[in-house]
Design a protein around this ligand. Structure first.
Ligand code: TXA
Ligand code: MG
Length: 540
């Protein structure tokens, strides 16, 4: 069968033609604000049967009826409670499906044999116009092949359904991106069967208590039946196995970084994408923008099938607001294989010599912090990290001495005269060191990364706060003269060779200026500073 593609914004006959196909029992891909649907006349058993065939969908999985307004409820539903109208008034047209008692006019084939029926009014002008023109309720599951992620663009729908259905109406990219929220109003208290584009909190405002079906957050046991039959299928799943990583964005980013193998793919918040350079990465949007995650999640899952990744790690928003729907879709794609990376704080510290970083680190340690000295880690890895040593050797020849230690002079001769070579060395070191630091940070509730190149290495993106320690340069000169026994001139040279104060103001979230007149006094100053910072982060 040839599948016609309609463009209603260009072709003024598109809506009438789509409606005509539905009226004669055909199948049409329809745009909605949530996802694309695979529509047919919901009262026509034959047409409905073809939906199941085209999708490869099990017959017991009921379809949703799409209606143009709440006025149609009594046509298809028995005993409609008042609250259904209240919900419709607040949230229709929109991403809410209500489960109500079915009237006999709705074929059992449409409801998968149930005596209830799901009804929703989609917020998409094109589809509302098609329903009006056909004058029938459109039964429509999401327009994907059964088991695949739901389509959020016409292109996705074409990918899955071209050749299998009569037409697809291109109404642009879906504004919401996850399917509708399903609320069962036939039970008391009402039960959330599927989280979706309308947040649970919005429903609770109207309904008071809402029971969340267990299938929303957990994998059901063998033989256990969810109340929305569709929730039982492994769903939305790319071919490669998925691991969902929960926890604060920085923690999940760090966990994933520590676990990657060369063939891993990553689904992450935008901020963390640079950490995974060289891998197949799909972005969900900024960590705090759950509406963006909703729009992006299915496309992200879908596009991995065109790659040869062998496993996928996914960051996951928390479960408030739209986060409940996004995390449900990710977890279903993962067969509920989930790891919690926790919410421990990781703080980055950096600063020039003589500014007081050591005292600041001591203060953080006093507060229970685990301090990770990245310079020490670098030297340890130079001695013992085989992959990093191999990468350095591949790039710069054999720069390791027979006893295994680094021949500093030999490597220095290459990189100190050649900025491009230095960049290459740094890139190699960061690519090995930052994941190792991330692995070591796991399991600690408070971590201080002590890193001269905190920003340059990208380690800063794992930190909830990055703190630059600065001090007036006259003070620093005196301190390093005393500490290292060097001349004033040499001390000034060393300071001049380092980053200036403006760098820390520009690149760090916080600057702690050492104005104390002794290391002990600065440690006190730092103690107060970190106490406040930790409090801010934990009460956020
Ligand atoms: O946003 C949406 O709801 C999209 C667009 C196209 O409207 N549609 C959609 O349909 O997601 P579908 O078939 O992919 O998912 C419908 C879900 C299934 O899990 C199904 O089992 C459940 O709703 N469902 C439908 N009727 C039901 C009923 N009477 N009782 C319990 N669950 C029902
Ligand atoms: Mg579906």
């Amino acid at each position: 069968m040839e599948t016609r593609i309609f463009h209603p914004e260009k072709e003024h006959t598109a809506i009438a033609e789509a409606a005509a196909i539905l009226s004669r029992g055909g199948l049409v891909g329809i745009p909605t604000e949530t996802v694309y649907g695979l529509g047919a006349d919901g009262l026509n058993e034959d047409a409905v049967r073809r939906i199941f065939e085209a999708k490869g969908r099990p017959q017991d999985n009921p379809l949703i009826l799409h209606v143009p307004s709440a006025d149609w409820l009594t046509r298809y539903c028995e005993d409609v409670p008042k609250v259904a109208y209240t919900l419709a008034e607040r949230f229709w047209p929109g991403p809410l499906t209500m489960i109500l008692r079915r009237k006999p006019v709705v074929p059992l084939r449409t409801t998968g044999g149930l005596d209830t029926v799901g009804v929703r009014c989609p917020a998409h002008a094109v589809t509302l116009a098609i329903i009006a023109a056909a004058d029938v309720p459109i039964a429509a599951p999401s327009g994907n092949l059964s088991g695949r992620p739901s389509p959020t663009t016409a292109a996705h729908m074409i990918e899955d359904m071209s050749g299998r259905i009569d037409a697809i109406v291109d109404g642009g990219a879906c504004r919401v991106g996850v399917e509708s929220t399903i609320i069962d109003l036939t039970v008391t208290p009402p039960r959330l069967l599927r989280p979706g584009g309308l947040p649970l909190e919005a429903l609770e405002e109207v309904l008071g208590e809402v029971q969340v079906d267990r299938a929303v957050r957990e994998k059901l046991g063998e033989g256990e039946k969810p109340r929305a039959p569709g929730m039982k299928y492994r769903h939305y799943a790319p071919k490669a196995p998925v691991t969902v990583v929960t926890g604060s964005p920085q923690r999940s980013a760090a966990y994933i970084l520590g676990q990657l193998t060369p063939s891993s793919g990553v689904i992450c918040f935008d901020e963390f994408a640079p950490l995974y350079a060289g891998h197949e990465v799909r972005c969900l949007g900024p960590a705090e923008d759950k509406a963006a995650h909703s729009r992006a999640v299915f496309d992200a899952l879908r596009t991995f099938d065109a790659t040869d990744v062998t496993q996928i790690f996914a960051q996951c928003p928390d479960e408030t607001g739209l986060g409940l729907a996004v995390s449900n879709r990710l977890k279903k794609a993962a067969g509920f294989h989930t790891v919690d990376a926790g919410s421990g704080l990781m703080i980055g510290l950096t600063g020039g010599t003589g500014a007081g970083k050591t005292s600041a680190l001591r203060a953080l340690e006093q507060l229970g912090g685990y301090i990770l000295d990245c310079d020490a880690l670098y030297h340890e890895m130079l001695r013992s990290d085989a992959p990093m040593r191999r990468a350095i050797t591949e790039a710069f020849g054999d720069v390791f001495l027979p006893d295994g230690t680094l021949d500093r002079q030999k490597l220095g001769a290459v990189v100190f005269r050649n900025p491009a070579a230095m960049d290459r060395l740094n890139a190699i070191v960061y690519a090995h060191l930052v994941p190792e630091a991330a692995r070591r940070a796991m399991g600690h509730d408070l971590v201080g990364f002590d890193a001269i190149n905190l920003i340059e290495s990208g380690m800063s993106s794992l930190c909830c706060r990055t703190v630059g320690i600065t001090a007036p340069s006259e003070v620093r000169v005196k301190r390093i003269m005393a500490r290292d026994g060097i001349s004033e001139e040499y001390a000034r040279m060393r300071i001049a060779a380092q980053k200036d104060e403006a760098f820390y103001h520009r690149s760090c979230t916080d600057v702690l200026e050492n104005t104390a007149d002794s290391p002990a006094a600065f440690e006190q100053q730092a103690l107060q500073f970190f106490t406040r910072l930790i409090e801010e982060e934990t009460t956020k």
